[in-house]
Design a protein around this ligand. Structure first.
Ligand code: SAM
Ligand code: SF4
Length: 331
């Protein structure tokens, strides 16, 4: 791969082309695997990066070779200026691909403005198609709103993937229905292995639903032909029943893909992280608020990357769970 002189490369030669920006740690759902029922102690507004600060960091990253930006959270759509942030990112040169990960509860009214502002793709989290199971898992009765959000994303012409986390005894039997639904919608279905982040549903090494189990369940109803993991993507993909439908599994736990990691994450309070499981963060907010130049910010990004290890240590005896959960890191 040809890299620009300013490319964000770590000690292992991994080039960082993906930036995940968390817009907020707040959320309108309380998914069992992500958040406690009462929510978390939300970051104070003054500590959140402003839209301008977010776009400034993104501009530095794009100049250093980042080509894909994903907005996430918490729930990114609860942030009132989410459309302005997309518009700001869409003006960057070279123009990055802009994607959004959302629970879609607020997407019905926002899909069209987001698409008009420059959003390219949306990953929509939908863990169940059964209203009661959805309400039990997310602790909110919002399935109709999420489905209306999906329909609006389709009308707005956004490319759509549907993400689900399967929890034993709650929604793990729904994998085939979810895949069938995604195929009907013309969307790619992706199952994500439950990761030990956050203090919600306790993660146990021998109790999460593995990629192999998910595939077994799907194979009872569908023929799956392996497509591998093209472009070092996070999801390993399979062609379903001869295509064109495709299903992906993100097996961060049972088949980690750290060797191909190209991601950097910025938390809503301006801390740069080189890994979901990182236990250290680089404070870009302090730099932004004390007159840092683009070169200073780039230097801090490189400092952060210099600390990145070859792979996560989940399962190792000395594994240390990060202090902050998925919704605070920006999943
Ligand atoms: N609120 C948005 C949503 O749910 O799509 C964006 C943020 S959420 C943290 C991003 C993704 O992380 C979702 O697809 C969610 O299912 C996933 N997620 C959250 N906690 C997780 C965990 N402990 N293990 C695996 N995936 C998790
Ligand atoms: Fe909110 Fe997303 Fe976490 Fe669910 S997974 S609680 S929607 S941040």
């Amino acid at each position: 791969m040809v890299t620009s002189p300013t490319a964000l490369v770590d000690r292992f030669g991994r080039v960082h082309t993906d930036l995940r920006l968390s817009l907020t740690d707040r959320c309108n759902l309380r998914c069992a695997y992500c958040m406690p029922p009462a929510g978390l102690e939300w970051t104070r507004r003054a500590e959140l990066l402003t839209a301008d600060e977010i776009v400034r960091v993104a501009a530095v990253a794009v100049a250093a070779g980042v080509t894909k930006i994903r907005l996430t959270g918490g729930e990114p759509l609860v942030r009132p200026d989410c459309v302005d942030i997309v518009a700001g990112l869409a003006e960057l040169t070279p123009r990055p691909q802009i994607a959004l990960t959302t629970n879609a509860v607020l997407l019905q009214d926002l899909a069209q403005p987001l698409a008009a502002a420059g959003l390219n793709r949306v990953n929509l989290s939908l863990d169940s198609l059964d209203r009661e199971t959805y309400a039990r898992l997310t602790r909110r009765d919002r399935l109709p709103a999420a489905l209306a959000g999906l329909a609006a994303a389709q009308r707005a012409g956004l490319a759509i993937k549907i993400n689900a986390v399967l929890l034993p005894g709650i929604n793990d039997t729904e994998a085939p229905q979810l895949l069938r639904f995604a195929l009907e919608q013309g969307a790619e279905m992706r199952f994500i292995e439950h990761m030990p982040l956050g203090e919600a549903a306790p993660w146990q090494p021998d109790r999460f639903i593995t990629a192999a189990e998910i595939l077994d369940r799907l194979r009872a109803d569908f023929e799956l032909e392996p497509l591998g993991r093209p472009d070092a993507a996070t999801a390993e993909r399979w062609l379903v029943d001869g295509g064109p439908g495709v299903v992906g599994v993100i097996a961060s736990m049972s088949r980690p893909f750290c060797g191909d990691c190209s991601r950097l994450r910025l938390t809503a309070d301006g801390q740069l992280r080189h890994c979901l499981f990182a236990t250290t963060e680089t404070n870009l907010r302090a730099a932004l608020r004390s007159g840092a130049t683009a070169a200073d910010l780039l230097g801090l990004m490189q400092t952060c990357l210099n600390d990145k290890s070859a792979g996560h240590q989940v399962g190792a005896a000395d594994f240390q769970k990060p202090a902050r959960g998925m919704s605070q890191i920006g999943g």
